[in-house]
Design a protein around this ligand. Sequence first.
Ligand code: NAD
Ligand code: ZN
Length: 379
Amino acid sequence: MKAVVYNGPRDVSVGDVSDAKIERPTDVLVKITATNICGSDLHMYEGRTDFETGRNFGHENMGQVVEVGDGVDKVKVGEYVVLPFNISCGFCKNCERGHTNYCLTTQPDAALAGAAYGFAGMGPWAGGQAEMLRVPYGDHNCLRLGEDAKEKENDYVMLADIFPTGYHAPEMAGVVPGDTVVIYGAGPVGLMAALSATTKGAARVMVVDRHPDRLRLAEQIGAIPIDDSKTDPVQFVLDQTMGLGADRGCECVGYQAHDPQGTEDPALTLNRLIASVRFTGGIGVVGVFMPADPGGPNEDAKQGKVAIDYGLHWFKGQTIGSGQCPVKKYNRQLRDLIAGDKVKPSWIVSHEIPLTEAADAYRNFDERNDGWTKVVIKP
Ligand code: NAD
Ligand code: ZN
């Protein structure tokens, strides 16, 4: 079958990989109808990981069930399903406690936890930027969709990752109605965090980035855009809050953060959050920080060590939550908000393309070229 194959740094092409098929009785086989390119794919695309050449990407997947194993009870052939990027078993110590992002069964390396489709360090699972996908523990890992699945495909496909991930940031930060929230990053994840903070009842949401097209999308849902190539974002937030700082903050950039002013601090966004958020406020970090960053600007950063202003964080009594999103914790409620026309996460989709145009789309999304916010591949 055809899939988006990794050939080496900044080099992908559409090539042949072995056909996805039912391998265990609990598997479900899905014909992919929509699969997104994610900012997380860029960690691998840019060559910052040990992702093997010849493997295929794709962890934001939805599609139609074409076959189920003998041990599958609930999911039926013909149904549309969206697949949480975390592949989990549902019965290990972590899954039992709802931490499906740190599954111990689907991750074969005993020193690690958590698995995903088509991802470095997250198990051997094939990605969904392909014609078909094998879904292990199918009853547990498929979120079933209703009759409107095709009509709202570009909304529902966001449930695989970035909508729940965007929701996880204000959730960890503790957003409650009436809060003022600052979000660093207006990529797809930051925009979903802004949508989620609003959905949670935030009174004011400010979003920091430097790409005008992305800041415009934040503005479209009522957020206040802050262009950090023109404005000091910390000072802006303090000015907007009578010097107190925002109640909550979200980090949606990760270790590839950079500064239009040229500061080479891989913890730049974390430090700006600590400075922008008030005493006893909360911070949620979903941007990826890895134990190793071969491309880091200095030796510490290359080992994943970033220097956060812990003294100020401690002094302010802030709380901080971080890590991968447990998608299953939120995806049913978010699905029902889409079904009930309360939210429309597809507002960020800039491109819908066939599989054959994936290489060009990766290049444009990686270069953050104007207008390339979110690409949905329709194999
Ligand atoms: P993206 O790269 O498209 O977006 C990042 C945005 O941050 C860009 O628009 C960029 O201009 C902006 N940015 C860079 N430096 C900045 C700074 N100093 N201040 C403010 N903005 C800055 O990626 P994305 O798809 O939105 O993903 C964002 C991060 O979330 C990535 O690290 C990705 O890996 C991570 N992620 C985490 C999870 C999870 O489960 N925790 C899931 C999905 C994605
Ligand atoms: Zn993703």
